[in-house]
Design a protein around this ligand. Structure first.
Ligand SMILES: C[S@@+](CC[C@H](N)C(=O)[O-])C[C@H]1O[C@@H](n2cnc3c(N)ncnc32)[C@H](O)[C@@H]1O
Length: 285
């Protein structure tokens, strides 16, 4: 057996142990990304062989949390990919405005940046008061940060620039207040967001959503898991509901295929679930 083959076996055993110990199943995550993260952690800890992670994750609760955190890539930003937010404002919001109540789900919300961006957009478009935004993530640590809605002041410049490019009606600073070296998001936004733990790989559908954002999450999954999650997202949407996958994903190569969906924005991967089975949605809202 080569060193690489040996490492592959060890990593499989680590993921199996992690799944049994914590219930979190990373066996269907893209292996290259999992390997990279485990190697980083091993280097930090001065561990030579991946199999040496197994007794630590089984017996040291603190290490188990570190390992789970290593798998949680939390990179995000308010109004990340401003072009996506412009498109949402232009192509999706006018239809959402026709509903008496709007249910939106931000799946894989990291530390809440995307959920607060959506709440700001909804507020500007007169939707916030009649909406419920669910924001979920696999990581309790991320969710605690998201609920707090506190972000380092050093990020504000990037957030404001993104916001300004998203077709806004105000200034970013009117949605938060500064406190020492942080900003705190306004309470009226927080009030409309329900943060909860939800594992896309293992948990159930969210019922009757009008809009789902799941951007930069499935890039870490292998194709089987992507297909499974896309099925779950599709089943969570009403007919005529919108699915936003972000620039890095596509429905075209998944199990769902392009049938059953209307492509609203090919670059930003915004799709609308067809209202009628025959695909003739002409005249339907
Ligand atoms: C790179 S962040 C993306 C954040 C945000 N959606 C964005 O585009 O800026 C990926 C998030 O997905 C979460 N995640 C990874 N696997 C998940 C799973 N199985 N279920 C739910 N969330 C998951 C991670 O914890 C992380 O917060």
């Amino acid at each position: 057996m080569t060193q690489a083959e040996l490492e592959a076996v060890e990593i499989e055993l680590v993921l199996e142990a992690l799944c049994r110990r914590s219930g979190y199943d990373f066996r269907s995550y893209a292996r290259a990304s999992v390997t990279r993260r485990l190697r980083q952690l091993m280097e930090q800890k001065g561990i030579d062989h991946a199999s040496a992670l197994i007794p630590k994750l089984l017996h040291e609760p603190v290490f188990l949390h570190e390992l789970l955190a290593a798998f949680s890539v939390t990179v995000s930003a308010m109004f990340r990919d401003p072009d996506f937010w412009c498109s949402l404002r232009e192509n999706v919001i006018p239809l959402l405005q026709t509903y008496p109540h709007v249910r939106a789900w931000v799946a894989g919300c990291a530390c809440g940046e995307e959920a607060y961006s959506l709440a700001i957009l909804f507020k500007e478009e007169g939707l916030l008061a009649k909406s419920t935004i669910y924001a979920t993530d696999i990581s309790d640590r991320n969710l605690a940060a998201a609920k707090a809605g506190i972000y380092p002041l050093r990020h504000v410049r990037e957030y404001s620039q993104n916001y300004q490019k998203s077709g806004p009606q105000d200034t970013f600073s009117s949605y938060s207040h500064a406190s020492h070296d942080h900003i705190i998001m306004n309470r009226d936004l927080k009030k409309r967001i329900t943060f909860a733990n939800h594992n896309l790989a293992a948990d159930q559908v969210f019922a009757e959503m009008h809009l789902i954002l799941c951007r930069n999450v499935m890039i870490y999954f292998n194709q089987d898991l992507k297909n499974q999650v896309l099925g779950l997202l599709s089943n969570s949407l009403i007919r005529g509901g919108f699915l936003c996958l972000g620039t890095k994903e596509s429905l075209l190569f998944s199990i769902l295929g392009p049938g059953g969906w209307n492509e609203i924005d090919s670059r930003n991967k915004i799709y609308r679930k067809r209202i009628r089975d025959n695909g003739d949605d002409e005249g339907a809202l």
